[in-house]
Design a protein around this ligand. Structure first.
Ligand SMILES: [Zn+2]
Length: 210
């Protein structure tokens, strides 16, 4: 991760991280900050700690095949993490929330986004099956089945780069889906970004769900 650090973002990022930390207890840029700013700034904000018991990974059994922040052959950064799973593998909501998008989307097959106002983040689930059952609207609870992983021909992304076979593209981002534009590097549908994803509000999923 450190090789991707753009120091022009650093001060802005520190402010964002402090704000986010105060609100959620989750420190976004821990590897950046702890190495350069061990001033006790964060250790004083311990009045609230994240309730990790309110989160679960969207697959029961999974293997991460592409991590958050990896730079791909396109020169862009991966804004999520990819978890390997067979077509038809159930996908579950990571926490209580409200569906803010559920529909077909270029490159994703079926895409679902859930807003989690209590956590001040939304979660994104891509390469879902278009043919199988999926939740399309309303509120969901943690652990609720929302969809299944797609076959290759439904755009499970096994047929193109990175050609690992069907997998879940799983993202977590600060704020709600409606906080982001529909175009540009910061668009709410982005799976890969030109800017390092944490500067655009994306969070490393496995750092968020411990
Ligand atoms: Zn991905």
């Amino acid at each position: 991760m450190k090789s991707y650090i753009n120091y022009s973002y650093l001060s802005k990022n520190i402010i964002k991280s402090i704000y986010f930390f105060i609100n959620t207890g989750v420190l976004l840029t821990l590897p950046l900050i702890t190495s350069s700013c061990q001033t006790g700034l964060y250790t004083t904000s311990t009045s609230w700690t994240p309730n990790t018991g309110s989160l679960q990974y969207p697959l029961h059994d999974y293997q991460i095949i592409q991590e958050f922040g990896n730079r791909t052959s396109s020169g862009r950064y991966h804004a999520a993490e990819d978890a390997l799973g067979a077509p038809g593998t159930p996908v579950y909501a990571i926490a209580d929330g409200e569906i803010s998008y559920s529909g077909q989307m270029n490159g994703y097959g079926w895409l679902i986004i859930i807003d989690h106002p209590d956590l001040e983040v939304h979660s994104l689930y891509g390469h879902l099956s278009t043919r199988r059952f999926k939740v399309t609207e309303g509120f969901v609870v943690k652990g609720q089945l929302i969809s299944y992983l797609a076959d290759d021909d439904e755009d499970g992304s096994g047929g193109a780069y990175p050609n690992w076979g069907p997998h879940l593209h799983f993202g977590i981002r600060q704020g709600m889906k409606e906080d982001y534009p529909s175009t540009g590097d910061s668009r709410w549908t982005a799976g890969h970004t030109y800017s390092y994803p944490s500067t655009l509000g994306w969070i490393a999923p496995s750092e968020f769900i411990k």
